[in-house]
Write a protein that binds this ligand. Structure first.
Ligand code: PHE
Length: 344
């Protein structure tokens, strides 16, 4: 067969074969078949050797042209395949930006933490540091060194869960007073608050919970007086219940403070006129406080002739209940999201 015809035929074959090619691998096979070492073009080159010399140049030129054409054809097709693969991939991975996004639920602070942080903010602003103490506490710190010896009747109001005779779940944050006094070795002034969980052996009902929270404040320094305590209490009452509030102190009893006071805030509902909220008294009790008892200073190595101090302990739930009009203390602990979400 005339070489020109053969070449034309080969080109046509390739064009037909290309119709069935869709991947780079298939294309590579086709290329090998024509342009490879043992391919058809190579065969033509071998055939050329047997031609008479005068025909060789024309034949060689034709083969070369055909080779270039085949190559061009395959290369053009390769670009096509690659383009198609890229656009297929893009189509497959396309992001539909009009789809609605996934909604991630955003958490919020529990009301307890919000109230604790509010109290912390106030005290930190007045130069206090925030301390923590263990919830499993020694009888020694929870009672004994707070001037509540083993037989003391005031222990009855604070029955708790005992781990051993000497280890218990703390009934108040006051043992942190003892820990801090001991740490400071009878020398340095102290200005701390301590928020934390406390426990008592109470039956749970609307107003009692076997676990609740307190914030304790302790100040020890030279020249600390009841007036300092009163000013601090007024700040706290106004921070929590509004700038118009007044406070009043009633005599009370805690073994670790002397004198001790019960603190009332003027009713924020009726502004002291008398309403169901304050049981018509105009006042609402919010916390206990007092000047550090000398017995406590003695027990912790502070010189009572040089140092005085005050302490206060406030129930966090009580603050929240009053401030947000909550009617059941158990709502803080049952984790009903409908309750929690109200305070987002
Ligand atoms: N710890 C006392 C209580 O839980 C409160 C209190 C703290 C009273 C500090 C006086 C001083 O009842």
């Amino acid at each position: 067969m005339e070489i020109q015809t053969q070449l034309k035929q080969a080109l046509q074959e390739i064009q037909e074969a290309l119709l069935g090619v869709s991947t780079p691998n298939e294309l590579a096979d086709l290329k090998a078949k024509y342009l490879g070492k043992k391919g058809i073009v190579a065969e033509w080159m071998t055939a050329m050797k047997n031609l008479p010399n005068e025909e060789k140049p024309r034949f060689g030129q034709a083969v070369n042209e055909a080779k270039n054409q085949i190559n061009d054809l395959l290369e053009a097709f390769r670009t096509q395949i690659e383009d198609r693969m890229v656009s297929d991939k893009l189509a497959k991975e396309a992001l539909d930006v009009s789809l609605p996004g996934r909604v991630f639920p955003i958490g919020a602070k529990h009301l307890m933490n919000q109230v604790v942080e509010e109290v912390e903010d106030l005290f930190v602003g007045m130069g206090y540091t925030v301390k923590e103490g263990p919830e499993i506490e020694q009888d020694l710190y929870n009672f004994e060194m707070l001037n509540l010896p083993k037989s003391h009747p005031a222990r009855d109001m604070q029955d708790t869960f005992y781990i051993t005779e000497e280890l218990l779940l703390r009934t108040h944050t006051s043992p942190v007073q003892i820990r801090t006094l001991l740490e400071n070795g009878g020398k340095k002034p102290i200005k701390i608050i301590c928020p934390g969980k406390v426990y008592r052996r109470d039956e749970d009902d609307m107003t009692h919970s076997h676990q609740f929270m307190q914030v304790e404040a302790l100040v020890v320094d030279e020249n600390v007086t009841l007036a300092d305590l009163k000013g601090t209490l007024l700040m706290l009452a106004r921070k929590m219940f509004g700038e118009d509030r007044q406070i009043r102190l009633r005599p009370s009893y805690f073994p670790f403070t002397e004198p001790s006071v019960e603190v009332d805030v003027s009713c924020y509902k009726c502004n002291g006129k008398g309403c169901p909220m304050c049981k018509n008294t105009g006042w609402i009790e919010i916390l206990g406080a007092g000047m550090i008892n000398n017995a406590v200073l003695d027990a912790t190595g502070y010189d009572k002739t040089k140092y005085q101090g005050f302490a206060l302990g406030v129930g966090v739930e009580r603050l929240a209940i009053l401030k947000y009009g909550i009617d059941d203390i158990r709502a803080f602990y049952t984790n009903d999201l409908r309750f929690n979400r109200q305070f987002k």
